[in-house]
Design a protein. Structure first.
Length: 98
């Protein structure tokens, strides 16, 4: 008889990190603030993601810092190095509700 789980899985094995492009869940809510800022921005901008790129960048940087996704150069993810060029003038950061 095997020592596997209910559906053949190994109960004692540690999970393997997913491949690039698949994010593990943030069970400890380590990047909740960044996520909420991004979602609030999307709501206030009519779900136009291009206007919320700064918040998207902050969220991905948080995930990389907390080892919730593989670390890689932010330029490889479609962002510029300087955050001023990323921030559109018509989105007011202080008006975004947390």
């Amino acid at each position: 008889m095997s020592a596997g789980g209910a559906f053949g899985g190994n109960r004692g094995a540690r999970p393997v990190p997913p491949e690039k492009g698949v994010f593990p869940l943030d069970h400890n809510h380590e990047c909740d603030l960044e996520k909420k800022e991004y979602i609030s921005c999307l709501k206030s901008c009519g779900h136009k993601s291009d206007k919320c790129r700064l918040f998207s960048k902050k969220y991905l940087e948080c995930r990389m810092a907390k080892n919730l996704m593989a670390k890689q150069d932010i330029e490889e993810l479609g962002f510029r190095k300087d955050s001023e060029a990323e921030h559109p003038e018509d989105v007011n950061i202080s008006s975004i509700k947390n």
